[in-house]
Write a protein that binds this ligand. Structure first.
Ligand code: FAD
Length: 414
């Protein structure tokens, strides 16, 4: 129940999902249970033992999306995003922060595969593949906000404040990025910067590949997040950072080209979110069948049974939408963009409800750190604003459907 049906998967997907499930059940969940204090270490590098990423490497899930010619696990293009969804869900069932850490490698690998010049692929993919602790990051958000970049307004005043200026055979970048997944410990960053002030951000934003040791790059802090704490979210400062001109990925229209990152990205977000919901149902249903209150195990109380049914319905509905949207991306359907946003926003709201039911069914235990269930509630909360807030995602959906009228309440042209 509540799992992706095995007979809906290809042989390769089934094998990968099974080895991932064994890794989660035998390694990840016991680690989290045995050492629940570890996520609260204020030394970010100490939180996740290196052996966990090495384990992910051994079962081949650390470098999904990297080209096969460099030793990566390139998936069948006809179902690549569906496979990402299946595996992302499974890892997040074990730990959502670990899933965040790994999927940045997949998503940025897809972007580099499509957009990086050959010499950069030849340099960086072998390093990604040979170093189990190697992480990738994707840096858009700035202190002045991210929502404007998700909206379709393209107004010059909403452009990025991080600036890149060409200087001979280098670009000089100044600015700041915040809330970046893997930002604290990545080895390689994709950085977006304004290269044409005065133009709309769709025409004036360029993307660069920036190695961690680039002069002028400072990792300013690790953000202490509410949930998904095994992914070290970071803040970066660029002060006259000199990036070689040949590390330019896309000049001027990098945001339009970033769809290769964002479409799979939103499916992966929704699938990780689903994994958190599936785990919440597992622990809640186990508790309800063992914990005795009022002389009976909880599930015998009808209100408890109804709550579990509500959780199950929401999880199945999310799964259906995520897989429909994943198929749309794999098949390059015209409605793929709207479906990705629907899957991401719907998953975030429904799984938040599922996690709320889960902690409520645990009563006081649901609020105790050492009991471990509250972690699912914290992890679920993170998804509401990852890759755009729920309001911005909903606006994007309706804007795709009614581009001429949606949101045009102001000004002379209404
Ligand atoms: C755990 C985590 C991981 C992340 N990882 C990354 C990453 O890897 N890379 C990256 O670039 N970013 C990342 N982000 C940033 C994330 O994409 C942004 O936080 C998100 O898009 C919201 O932007 P903001 O925080 O700047 O909020 P703001 O844009 O400041 O929004 C604040 C509020 O105002 C509303 N709002 C803003 N503008 C409008 C408008 N025009 N109309 C209506 N409402 C509006 C929003 O809906 C929201 O409710 C991450 C964030 C988190 C929490």
């Amino acid at each position: 129940m509540l799992q992706q049906h095995l007979d809906e998967m290809s042989e390769d997907q089934r094998l990968m999902r099974n080895s991932c499930r064994a890794f989660v059940d035998d390694v990840i969940l016991p680690f989290i249970r045995a050492d629940w204090k570890r996520e609260w270490s204020m030394t970010p590098g100490d939180r996740l033992p290196p052996a966990i990423l090495e384990g992910a490497e051994q079962i081949g899930i650390r470098t999904l999306g990297a080209p096969e010619e460099f030793g990566g696990v390139e998936l069948d293009p006809a179902s690549e995003v569906q496979t990402f969804a299946i595996i992302a869900e499974e890892i997040a069932r074990g730990d959502s922060g670990l899933a965040d850490k790994l999927v940045q490698n997949w998503k940025v690998s897809v972007l580099l595969r499509h957009l990086a010049p050959r010499h950069l692929q030849e340099k960086w993919f072998p390093r990604l593949l040979s170093e189990p602790q190697f992480l990738l990051a994707h840096c858009l958000t700035e202190p002045r906000g991210a929502s404007d970049r998700w909206l379709p307004y393209n107004a010059p005043e909403a452009a990025m404040t991080t600036r890149a200026v060409r200087d001979g055979d280098h670009w000089i970048i100044n600015g700041r990025k915040q809330f970046i997944s893997n930002g604290y410990d990545a080895s390689l960053y994709v950085v977006y910067a304004n290269t044409k002030p005065g133009s709309g951000m769709l025409q004036g934003t360029s993307s660069f590949l920036v190695p961690r040791n680039t002069p002028g790059l400072t990792v300013a802090r690790c953000n202490e997040t509410l949930g998904c704490r095994f992914m070290n979210n970071g803040e970066l400062v660029f002060e006259d950072m000199r990036v070689p001109a040949d590390h330019l990925l896309v000049e001027s229209d990098s945001l339009s080209k970033a769809g290769v990152y964002f479409r799979p990205g939103k499916i992966i977000q929704a699938a990780k979110n689903l994994g958190v919901g599936v785990r919440a149902f597992e622990v809640a249903s186990e508790y309800a069948q063992n914990y005795v209150q009022g002389g009976h195990i909880l599930i015998k109380h009808q209100a408890v049974a109804l709550r579990l049914a509500d959780m199950a319905c929401r999880i199945e509905a999310v799964r259906s939408l995520v897989m429909r949207a994943a198929r749309a991306v794999d098949h390059k359907s015209p409605d793929a963009d709207a479906l990705c946003n629907m899957a991401k926003v719907y998953a975030s709201e429904e799984i938040m409800e599922v996690a709320t039911h889960c902690v409520e069914l645990h009563g006081g235990n649901g609020m105790m750190l050492d009991f471990g269930v509250e972690k699912l509630f914290r992890d679920a909360a993170i998804f509401l604003h990852m890759d755009a807030t729920t309001d911005i995602s909903k606006f994007k959906i309706i804007k795709t459907m009614f581009p001429q009228t949606a949101g045009k309440y102001a000004g002379l042209e209404n």
